[in-house]
Design a protein around this ligand. Structure first.
Ligand code: TMP
Length: 226
């Protein structure tokens, strides 16, 4: 991240049903309770334009979308998000907690859809103006368990309209999972993997322990004397 950025940029990634959204909400609650200014956001989406792009991307009726079109739409949403939300928040010194970011395109469109990784990295560089997370946490669990969890959640919350990528077969989600693990292995300074095959409370304990070690800037506990 450019040196002029005062904030902290944390992204969370994982396959469907990995529990990252719940974990990010819990973390935001904790940080705010300790007075930390944090912005919670997500991709695709995070801006009015991005939300409209998200609706197209996830629409199960958008059958036959070319993989490159999928990638371009994701990059379009990302560009608007970086300019309107992420960059200003980081410049203002906020902690940005982002549910998926550029690495998701490498995992899903690269490993999942077999688009050449370097093309995706080049497009990400453009879309993000080179703003990359300080830390990326991958919530890892088996694709079978993740998809089962995602199906249960969708049924409970009537989210059938949000499922074009979730509807891909198990082999696709296996490639995405393997992709995330491969990119984490390549760069263990920016990435960390949390085993997410446990209950929400247990995973949150693991997440906090990891952040204490890797992101001391985040206020996870009350300041002394407060
Ligand atoms: P979500 O369910 O975590 O909000 O993510 C929406 C879907 O978008 C999910 O199936 C993953 C997919 N996605 C990509 O394929 N590539 C990307 O770059 C991003 C950000 C999301």
């Amino acid at each position: 991240m450019p040196l002029t950025m005062k904030g902290f940029f944390l992204t969370v990634e994982g396959i469907e049903g990995s529990g990252k959204t719940t974990q990010i909400q819990r973390l935001a609650k904790l940080l705010r309770a300790h007075g930390q200014n944090c912005v919670v956001t997500k991709e695709p989406g995070g801006t009015p334009i991005g939300d409209r792009v998200r609706a197209i991307l996830l629409d199960p009726q958008a059958e036959g979308m070319d993989p490159a079109v999928e990638l371009f739409l994701l990059a379009a949403s990302r560009r608007q998000h970086v300019i309107d939300v992420i960059q200003p928040a980081l410049e203002a010194g906020a902690t940005v907690l982002c549910d998926r970011f550029a690495d998701a395109s490498v995992a899903y469109q690269g490993f999942g859809r077999a688009i050449e990784l370097q093309r995706i990295r080049d497009l990400n560089e453009w879309a993000t103006s080179g703003i990359y997370p300080d830390l990326t946490v991958i919530f890892d669990l088996s694709e079978a368990e993740g998809l089962e969890r995602a199906r249960r959640r969708n049924a409970k919350e009537n989210l059938y309209a949000e499922s074009r990528l979730e509807g891909e077969d198990l082999a696709f989600h296996r490639r995405v999972r393997e992709g995330y693990l491969a990119i984490a292995k390549e760069d263990d300074r920016r990435f960390a993997v949390v085993d997410a095959a446990a209950g929400i409370d247990e995973v949150f304990e693991r997440f906090k322990a990891l952040l204490s070690a890797r992101a001391p800037k985040l206020k996870l506990t009350a300041a002394e004397g407060s």
